[in-house]
Design a protein around this ligand. Structure first.
Ligand code: CTP
Ligand SMILES: C[C@](O)(CO)[C@H](O)COP(=O)(O)O
Length: 233
């Protein structure tokens, strides 16, 4: 039977956050940031395993208690220099551990997106489980788009029709995703781009703004508000 496996990328350094510890461990609503996405993904019955890709030099993971996820998580200290390398290494580690078949689905999710909800993951699984290619959560652009020159002045207003912001999870079959990432052009920033480079068209599944990526210090307050509100509703 085809399995659904989540892979959380957590090997980044959080340079734009500018803190002493990588941002995935920064406390949010009383827990390290990565805890929130991990809890959501581990709570989905259809997902059999959640593997977490950490940096080889990670010293933070073992400082926390992850016992509530025992039996469902698998840790790989194989992160690379880029997100794409971390995903590639994670897929190879899963394969080496004999935990995955070519046609199994992989849901790649950023540890830095703590606002992921069960509803969004279920929607992704429902809409893609029978898809030929796979796809990703994304939200249509809501704001007017400006292109700037080097001085920060507007060159022009860009049309926003048909433009979406890519989120995660991004869901593709194991064999296709690994092949796509191994052949991907340098500089890609998400998994779907690698699949697109093979000439395929991933499906866009509507996400929501709560699933934003925590990148800058000013994002922390919003993430905290979202997580605290979720805890009381
Ligand atoms: N070499 C890398 C780089 C990023 N990531 C992960 O990919 C997600 C999205 O990346 P980003 O927000 O860019 O995180 P960082 O690389 O940590 O941040 P920055 O670019 O500000 O350094 C994060 O969960 C991050 O931990 C990863 O696993 N391996
Ligand atoms: C994968 C991603 O989160 C989708 O929006 C994003 O591309 C990561 O990009 P970054 O360049 O690492 O911020």
């Amino acid at each position: 039977m085809v399995k659904f496996i989540a892979l959380i990328t957590a090997a980044g350094s959080g340079s734009r956050m500018g803190e002493d510890i990588p941002k995935q461990y920064r406390p949010l609503a009383g827990k390290p940031m990565i805890y929130h996405a991990l809890r959501t993904l581990c709570g989905i019955a259809r997902i059999s395993t959640v593997c977490i890709v950490l940096a080889p030099e990670d010293t933070e993971w073992i400082r926390h208690n992850w016992r509530e996820f025992a039996g469902k998580i698998q840790i790989f200290n194989c992160g690379g220099a880029t997100r794409a390398e971390s995903v590639t290494n994670g897929l190879k580690a899963l394969r080496a551990a004999n935990h995955v078949q070519d046609q199994d689905w992989i849901l790649v999710h950023d540890a830095a997106r703590p606002g992921l909800s069960t509803t969004l993951v279920e929607r992704l699984l429902d809409q893609l489980a029978d898809d030929e290619v796979g796809g990703l959560l994304a939200v249509p652009l809501a704001d007017t788009l400006k292109r700037a020159d080097d001085a920060g002045r507007v060159i022009c207003t860009e049309p926003r029709e048909r433009l979406w912001q890519a989120q995660t999870p991004q869901m593709f079959r194991m064999k296709l995703l690994l092949e796509a990432l191994e052949k991907a052009p340098a500089g890609i920033t998400d998994d779907a781009s690698a699949v697109e480079a093979l000439g395929l068209s991933p499906k866009l599944v509507v996400g929501n703004a709560y699933n934003f990526k925590v990148t800058y210090p000013q994002d922390l307050k919003l993430a905290e508000l979202i997580l605290r509100e979720r805890a009381i509703t």
